[in-house]
Every structure is written in C-alpha cells, then in structure tokens.
Write a protein that binds this ligand. Structure first.
Ligand code: NAD
Ligand code: AKB
Length: 320
C-alpha cells in the first residue's frame, strides 16, 4: 500500500530544489556518499556535517535541535541524508547513548524536516532482524532484534512510515569499503581483514569461520541510495521504511579464501568475542525482490569482484 505524504518534492525527485544536508558525514558511508552527492548535484549543493571536526565539514550534533534547524534554514536545505548513529558493537557497549543518538537524533531531524518540507534518507540495517527470522530474510517478517542497535533501527523504519514526510531507508548489509574505516559494527571484520592481510599477512577474526552474513561493497550501497532517492514516492510501498537489498553473502572463511587468491600466504585465526552473538542473531542472506520490483535494484559486486577491488584500491592507496 502506498502512503500519502506531504512533500513539495514528490513529483521531480532527481534534483533537489534546495541544498542537501548530510549528518554523520565523516563516517564510513558519509565519506563516500558526500563525494557521490557532490558529483551528482555540485559541490555547493551538499552541506556535510558531523560531530567531529574536519575540513569541508561543518560541526553539527544531531542532539542539538536548534542547530539542525538553523542549518536547514540558513543553507536552504530540502533533502537530508541522516547518517549520524552508533553502530551495533559500540551501541551495545553503551545502549543508552545508542538509543539517544539513533532514536532521539532521528526524531530531531524528522521534526525539522517536517517543519521545513525536507525529504529524508535514514539508513536501516540487517540488524532489524532477530533470531526468529528465516536465514534468507524476507522483506516482510516479524522484526524482533536482540540488540539495542537493531531496536533503534526498527523504530527508525516505523518513523519513516508514520512521520508524514517523504522519508526512505535501506536495510544496508555489512558494508565493505577502503576509503574510510568501519565505524564500530559487528561486520567490521570484513573490512579490517583487508588492512591486516596487506599490512601483516595475518588477521585474528572476532567471529567464527562459519559465520555467514549479508555484505555489500560500498559502490553498490551508494548507488542504491541515490537510485532509491530518485524514485517518485508514489512508486514506493511501505517497504520504503527500510528496503532489503542483497549484495553478496559469504562466511568468514570464504572471505579468507577469496583474499588468498591475491595473497596466498595470508593466514587468519578465529577468536569469537561478544560480537559473535550479534552476528548469530542476524540472517545469512537477504531476499530483495521488493526493491527489485519497485526501483529495479540489482547489485553489481559478488564476493570475488569485491575482494579484487578492495585489494587493488588499498594497494594503490598505500603506494600513492
Ligand atoms: P560510522 O560510525 O562510520 O559514522 C557515523 C558518523 O556519525 C561518525 O562520523 C560520527 O562522528 C557521527 N556521529 C556520531 N554521533 C553524532 C552526533 N551526535 N551528531 C552528529 N554526528 C554524529 O557509521 P556508518 O557506517 O557511516 O553508518 C551510517 C548509517 O548507516 C548508520 O545509521 C548505520 O546504522 C547505518 N548502517 C551502516 C552499515 C555499515 O556497514 N556501515 C550497515 C547498516 C546500516
Ligand atoms: C553493524 O555491524 O553494526 C553494521 C550494520 C550491519 O548495521 N555494519
């Protein structure tokens, strides 16, 4: 069922009428999304913000309601990519802060977006699923996450549908990229392993070798985000709160074997920690037929293609 929302942008989606605001812009996704948005809309059109300081990025704490509104007004913002959050591993260490940033921070953004007619992109995660979900996760299934992080993402999806604004999200799988480090999640091993393989020839992995999780190369995730935001809202169902999208699913040992095609002497040992329990509560794979049907989603990267790109790009980065 399509949901009626009030947005002046619901006709033409591809170019925002005003500027674009990115929160949490210095993180793993923001680093590449800001680049892609600036390429698409022009440098001046994209305002990058984070709670950390960096050149080309304004300071903005998403707990600061007035600060969000000031920037939206002064920069003529009509579209917000809200990436500021705590991820699963960091979030479970400090559940109260995770709730505050992920839920209250999002509510602050929605309040301002509603008042100033902004569209919002707010990521969900495969962490919305719990142990009762089938190993191949369907789009529609009971969402009973065991982590606080997962619970905040379920609330985010509900807010997307019930807030009365044009708000969309994707249940990103674990994202693998070389430009910025992973930000405190359970799937971080699938990023760290590349750095360790190239720098030390060895990695001690914090999940078991048979741990299988949905993963995705960052190029696919950024393309998915831009593609979803370019679709008129009338074409989207309530799945827009958080679309399942599938990239590639593999076990930790399959990842090791794929890296060994490039680095035959690379070794990996497995020493599971608390993050194993979060990984065990998530599905192995994602069914993404709804995203395929509604906005023609299709991933480009399988395991070996992603590994090839990661190794080449990290090698180029260290030699330049
Ligand atoms: P990240 O941890 O790399 O980046 C988050 C950014 O938010 C950081 O730069 C941090 O400084 C900033 N931040 C933290 N608290 C803030 C605050 N109070 N105000 C403003 N900024 C603040 O995270 P990411 O991987 O880029 O994830 C972005 C979004 O995507 C999150 O909602 C996350 O849950 C979701 N997601 C990520 C993945 C993944 O594998 N990276 C997978 C699923 C979902
Ligand atoms: C994490 O592991 O917390 C994130 C995610 C899948 O949401 N990468």
């Amino acid at each position: 069922m399509n949901h009626q929302v009030s947005s002046p942008m619901s006709q033409s989606m591809d170019t925002p009428t005003g500027r674009v605001l990115v929160t949490g812009a210095l993180g793993q996704i923001g680093t590449e999304l800001v680049e892609a948005l600036r390429q698409k809309f022009g440098n001046d059109c994209v305002i990058a913000t984070d709670i950390r300081e960096s050149k080309g990025c304004q300071l903005l704490d998403v707990m600061d309601k007035t600060g969000i509104e000031q920037i939206v007004k002064s920069e003529n913002i009509t579209e917000i990519y809200h990436l500021a959050a705590l991820l699963s591993a960091t979030g479970e260490k400090n559940p109260e802060l995770c709730w505050k940033i992920n839920v209250e921070g999002l509510e602050n953004v929605i309040r301002v977006a509603k008042k100033h007619d902004c569209r919002v992109f707010s990521p969900s995660s495969i962490a919305v699923f719990g142990p009762d979900c089938p190993k191949l996760a369907p789009q529609v299934t009971p969402l009973n996450p065991t982590t606080v992080y997962g619970k905040t993402k379920v609330i985010g999806e509900e807010l997307a549908i019930n807030s009365g604004i044009d708000m969309r999200g994707i249940r990103y799988p674990g994202l693998i990229s070389y430009k910025a480090p992973a930000g405190g999640g359970t799937t971080d091993y699938a990023v760290e392993i590349f750095h360790a393989a190239l720098e030390n020839g060895h990695y001690e992995c914090f999940v078991r070798e048979d741990t299988k999780l949905p993963m995705m190369y960052m190029d696919d995730a950024i393309r998915a985000t831009l593609e979803l935001m370019a679709i008129p809202i009338e074409q989207l169902s309530e799945a827009r709160g958080g679309y399942n999208i599938s990239g590639c699913s593999f076990t930790a040992s399959e990842l090791v074997e794929s890296i060994q095609r490039h680095l035959p002497d690379f070794t990996c040992t497995f020493k599971p920690d608390i993050r194993q329990t979060y990984a065990d509560s998530w599905p192995d794979e994602i069914e993404d037929n709804v995203a395929q049907n509604e906005w023609s989603w299709k991933a480009n990267y399988n395991l070996d293609k992603m590994v090839d790109e990661m190794i080449v790009n990290l090698q180029n980065q260290s030699s330049s």
